[in-house]
Ligand binder design. Sequence first.
Ligand SMILES: NC(=O)c1ccc[n+]([C@@H]2O[C@H](COP(=O)([O-])OP(=O)(O)OC[C@H]3O[C@@H](n4cnc5c(N)ncnc54)[C@H](OP(=O)(O)O)[C@@H]3O)[C@@H](O)[C@H]2O)c1
Length: 240
Amino acid sequence: MTGRIEHTVIIGGSSGIGLATARRLLGPSMKVTITGRNQEKLDSTCESLGGKADTAAFDASKPDQVRQFFERLGPFDHLVLAASGGRGLGPFATLDLADIASGVDEKVRPQLSCLQAALPTLDRSGSVTFVAAVSAQVAMPGVAGIGAINGMLLTVTPVLAVELKPLRVNVVAPGVIDTPWWDFMPAEQKQAVFADYAGRTPVGRIGKADDVASSIAFLVSNSFVTGQVLTCDGGLRFAA
Ligand SMILES: NC(=O)c1ccc[n+]([C@@H]2O[C@H](COP(=O)([O-])OP(=O)(O)OC[C@H]3O[C@@H](n4cnc5c(N)ncnc54)[C@H](OP(=O)(O)O)[C@@H]3O)[C@@H](O)[C@H]2O)c1
C-alpha cells in the first residue's frame, strides 16, 4: 500500500467473506465500498461496520448495472470479487448439468464482468482478488460440478496477472467456511455437515469468514504477489 488513502471495492460485501474482508481492510489508510443486491441488507451491514463503508446496491450478474456502477464510482485501487453462487454440488451421476451453466452465470460471469467494467478506472498499481473455492482443487466426490465452475477462476488468474500487468491478479480458494452461504440447509443438517468437515480437516475445525478475509487482506497488501492461488481451507485439500 502507498502513503495515500486507498479505496477497495468488495463485490458481495454485505455478508460472509466479503463483509469480513471489509472489516479487516477498513482503516485510516483504506476506504471501502461494499456491494450486494439488497440496499437494506447493505445498510445494516454498514451499520455493523460503524457506518464507515460506502455501499452500492446492484446485481453483479446484470452487465448494464455493473457498467453503470463502475462509471459512477470513478478511480479506485483494489477489487475483491466475493459475489456468490451455490450451484453444482452433488453426485455426478445425478447432477443436473444445467446447474453448471447457471453456476457460471451466477458466479464466474459476474466476477469477470465486474473486472472488465472496472479496468478503465482500476489503478494499475492495485490488485484484483477473485474468490473461488477449494472444490476446484480436491478429488472429493460430489464437487465435480461446483469444482468445474470455480476452476475457471483458478485458470484465468495467472493469465490475467500477465495480460493486465502491472495490475496484480490473485484468487483465494476457501474450504468450508461458516457463512450464510450454507443457509440453504436446515440448521440441524448444517451442524452435522460442519461437524463432519471439521473432523476431516487437519486443523480440526471449519473456517470462519475472517480466516479467508485475512488471506484476501494479504493479497491486497503484498505488492510482490500476483498470479497466485491462496488456498485457505485448514488443510482439507489434502485430507478430503
Ligand atoms: N462459505 C463457504 O463455505 C465458501 C467456500 C468456498 C467458496 N466460497 C465462496 O466465497 C464467496 C463468498 O461467499 P460467502 O460464503 O461469503 O457467502 P454469503 O455470505 O452468501 O455472501 C455472498 C455475498 O455476495 C452477494 N451477492 C450474491 N450474488 C450477488 C449478485 N448477483 N450481485 C451482487 N452481489 C451478490 C450477497 O449479497 P446479496 O445476496 O444481498 O446480493 C453477499 O453479500 C462466494 O463466491 C462463495 O462461492 C464460500
